[in-house]
Design a protein around this ligand. Structure first.
Ligand code: FE2
Length: 367
C-alpha cells in the first residue's frame, strides 16, 4: 500500500455556468481580482455588479510567465485596498500571480525574498479563489505558483503553507473562446502533467486514478477542443483539473524539470515546451517504466508504449506544435544554464535518474 498525503482546494466546483456561484462564496470585505486581458470584459459585466458595496480592484495586465515585479505590484494593490480575498480568473499566469499575492500580501518583506528562499511562507494567506479560462496548468487545484525573475531567467515554483486555493471553480464555458494555439499548448501541458504523474516515482493510488482519467480525456478530446466543440472543451477542462489534482500529490517529472529553464531561456510558452519535450523524455524513461507505459497505451487503445510515444508525436504535428526547439533559438551555449537549473522537485520525481550528460543529449535531440 502507498502512503500519501492529499491537499486540495477547500471546495472544487465543476460545470458549465458554475462561475455564477462565486460572489456568494466569497468572505466579506474588499476583493482584488487578477485576470487575463481577455477576461476583463466578462468580469466587468458578470462579476463586478454582483460585488456591490465592496471595495474592488481589477488588475488585467499581468504578464505571461509571471515576472516577480508583477507579483510585487499586485501585492501592493491587495495591501492598499486591505483585500480579504484575491480572485485569479484567467490562464495559468493570472491564477499563479493571484495565488502568490494571496499568500504574500499578509507577509512582511518583498516577494523576491520568498522566491529565492530567504524567507518562508509560514501561515495561511488571504482567501483565494481560482477560475481557469484555459484548460492546462491545473493551477486552480495545485499548491505552487510558477514565477519568473527576468533578470536572472530563473523560473521556479513559489511554495508555502496554505497556498492551495480555498475555492476552485472550473467552468468549461470560460474556455470556449480560447484560441486554438493556446488550447493546443495548454492541453499538451495537461496531458504531460497526467502522464508524468502516472510514471512519477511518487505516484500513489489516488494520483494514479485521477491521472489516468485525465490522460483519457485529454488524449481523445484535445483536437476537437481546438475546433471549439463544446463537449470536447468540457472533457478537456475536466481532464486538466484532474491532471492538476493528480500531480499535486505525485509531483511531475523531467519534462517539467527541463521545461522550466528551457522555456525561460528560449522564451517558449510552457505548454509548447512540454509538448516538445514529452515524446523525447518518454523515450528516455521507457526502459525503466516499460510496463506502466504499456498499460497506459492499452487504456488508450494503443499497442504498447512505443505506439503511445509515436501517437504523441503525431498529435503534436496535427496540433501545429513545432517538431523541435530550433525555431525558438535553442543552441549549445544555452545548455549549461538549462542543466544547472533543471534540478527541481519535478526532476526528483522522474522515474529515471538523468545525469547532466543525459540532459545535454536530450537537448541535442530537441535541436
Ligand atoms: Fe505544466
Amino acid at each position: 500500500m502507498d502512503n500519501y498525503s492529499l491537499s486540495y482546494p477547500g471546495k472544487i466546483i465543476f460545470g458549465n455556468g458554475e462561475r455564477r456561484q462565486l460572489p456568494s462564496l466569497l468572505p466579506a470585505g474588499a476583493v482584488l481580482v487578477i485576470c487575463g486581458r481577455h477576461s476583463r470584459k466578462r468580469i466587468a459585466d458578470e462579476l463586478l455588479p454582483l460585488l456591490n458595496g465592496r471595495k474592488t480592484e481589477l488588475l488585467s495586465d499581468i504578464n505571461p510567465e509571471v515576472p516577480i515585479s508583477d507579483v510585487i505590484r499586485a501585492c501592493d494593490a491587495a495591501r492598499r485596498i486591505c483585500a480579504s480575498a484575491v480572485i485569479g480568473w484567467g490562464g495559468g499566469s493570472a491564477i499563479d500571480c493571484a495565488k502568490a499575492v494571496a499568500a504574500l500580501a499578509p507577509c512582511d518583506g518583498n516577494a523576491a525574498d520568498y522566491f529565492y528562499g530567504r524567507k518562508k511562507i509560514s501561515s495561511k494567506g488571504l482567501f483565494f479563489a481560482a477560475l481557469p479560462t484555459t484548460a492546462g496548468t491545473g493551477a486552480e487545484v495545485s499548491g505552487n505558483a510558477v514565477i519568473c525573475d527576468p533578470e536572472t531567467d530563473i523560473k521556479q515554483s513559489l511554495r508555502g503553507v496554505g497556498m492551495v486555493a480555498d475555492l476552485a471553480i472550473v467552468d468549461p464555458e470560460l474556455t470556449f473562446n480560447c484560441p486554438p494555439r493556446v488550447t493546443a499548448a495548454s492541453g499538451m501541458d495537461a496531458l504531460t502533467q497526467g502522464l508524468e504523474s502516472l510514471i512519477s516515482k511518487k505516484a500513489d493510488t489516488v494520483s494514479s486514478a485521477l491521472a489516468l482519467q485525465a490522460v483519457k480525456r485529454l488524449f481523445f478530446h484535445l483536437e476537437d477542443a481546438c475546433r471549439n466543440i463544446p463537449a470536447a472543451r468540457e472533457a478537456v477542462a475536466e481532464g486538466s483539473m484532474l491532471a492538476g489534482m493528480a500531480f499535486s500529490s505525485s509531483g511531475l517529472g523531467a519534462v517539467h524539470g527541463i521545461g522550466h529553464p528551457l522555456g525561460s531561456i528560449c522564451h517558449i510558452p510552457h505548454g509548447e515546451c512540454c509538448a516538445l519535450l514529452l515524446p523525447v523524455i518518454l523515450k528516455w524513461n521507457r526502459s525503466v517504466c516499460r510496463e506502466k507505459l504499456d498499460a497506459i497505451a492499452a487504456e488508450l487503445g494503443l499497442a504498447d508504449g512505443d505506439a503511445l510515444i509515436s501517437a504523441i508525436t503525431a498529435l503534436n504535428g496535427r496540433l501545429g506544435i513545432p517538431a523541435n526547439a530550433r525555431s525558438y533559438g535553442l543552441s549549445a551555449e544555452k545548455f549549461d544554464f538549462i542543466v544547472r537549473n533543471s534540478r527541481s522537485g519535478s526532476m526528483k520525481c522522474n522515474p529515471r535518474d538523468l545525469s547532466d550528460a543525459d540532459i545535454i543529449k536530450i537537448l541535442e535531440e530537441l535541436q
